[in-house]
Design a protein around this ligand. Structure first.
Ligand code: S5P
Length: 261
């Protein structure tokens, strides 16, 4: 049997339906980076400093704005200008989980106004398809993209089996807005979807609260994921910049090897 040729990030642009997915594939190709960095800090200035320092190495910056003790509108504007300077996108890891009407309001309103500044956000599918519709009404007119949490990295996760399959089916029904998945590896051969995997470090391991780490090679090469999401592996290191450069090249080389196989 002749294996189907793997597509490059650039070749996958035309297969993606969602505009944020197209933009992300383009940046991944241009910057030769499949690294998403999450500086999970509690002060806006620290987050902005990390964004500026690590920006050159990443395609995507993942935030948890509700960790910030001093969140402000100015912070979002500063983050957007750093994103522009270093050509990366922003992913607010909000993990929406309510009925469609409320999730849509949480996305648009409140203190954070996530849909105003975040290119990408994510949602659990526990409530059913209404959550996708509710977020889509707010996000799609702004060309935002949604990731579905199809699997999780934590031990004992209930996102598995039929639940994961349902996430993939829902994504296929909402390709205009759903750009891909949080998952531990590739879930569908549709090249338009982007798979992002958290729980990545140079060494396998765990933290004290159930996080399970896999290596870059196992995630990209063996499991067929597209993007590595790295937090403590970079921001808790002695030299975050050096670690970011390492993760960028580890991730990109694993992708190049996958293309060859
Ligand atoms: O299943 C998941 C999904 C996510 S989005 N497991 C995760 O760890 N995450 C997020 O990835 C989590 O919220 C955190 O921001 C990041 C992992 O950070 P690290 O410091 O463990 O690398």
């Amino acid at each position: 049997m002749i294996a189907e040729k793997a597509l490059t990030y650039e070749e996958r642009i035309e297969h993606a339906v969602n505009p944020a997915a197209k933009k992300l594939f383009a940046i991944m190709g241009e910057k030769q980076s499949n690294l998403c960095f999450n500086p999970d800090v509690t002060k806006a200035a620290d987050l902005l400093k990390f964004a500026d320092e690590i920006g050159p190495f990443i395609c995507l910056l993942k935030t948890h704005v509700d960790l910030l003790e001093d969140f402000s509108y100015e912070f979002t504007q500063d983050l957007l200008s750093i994103a522009k300077k270093h050509n990366f996108m922003i992913f607010e890891d909000r993990k929406f989980a309510d009925i469609g009407t409320i999730s849509g309001k949480q996305y648009k309103h409140g203190i954070y106004k996530i849909s105003d500044w975040s290119d990408i956000t994510n949602a659990h599918i526990v409530p059913g398809p209404g959550i996708i519709e509710g977020l889509k009404q707010v996000g799609l007119p702004k060309e935002r993209g949604l990731l579905l949490l199809a699997e999780m990295s934590s031990s004992g996760t209930m996102a598995k089996g039929e639940y994961t399959k349902t996430a993939v089916a829902l994504a296929k029904e909402h390709k205009d807005f759903v750009m891909g998945f949080i998952s531990m590896g590739k879930l569908t051969d549709d090249p338009g979807f982007i798979h992002m995997t958290p729980g990545v470090k140079k060494q396998k391991g765990t933290d004290a609260l159930g996080q399970q780490y896999k290596t870059v090679e196992s995630v990209i090469l063996e499991n067929g994921s597209d993007i590595i999401i790295v937090g403590r592996g970079i921001y808790a290191a002695e030299d975050p910049k050096k670690e970011a450069a390492d993760y960028q090249s580890l991730g990109y080389n694993a992708y190049l090897r996958r293309l060859e196989n």
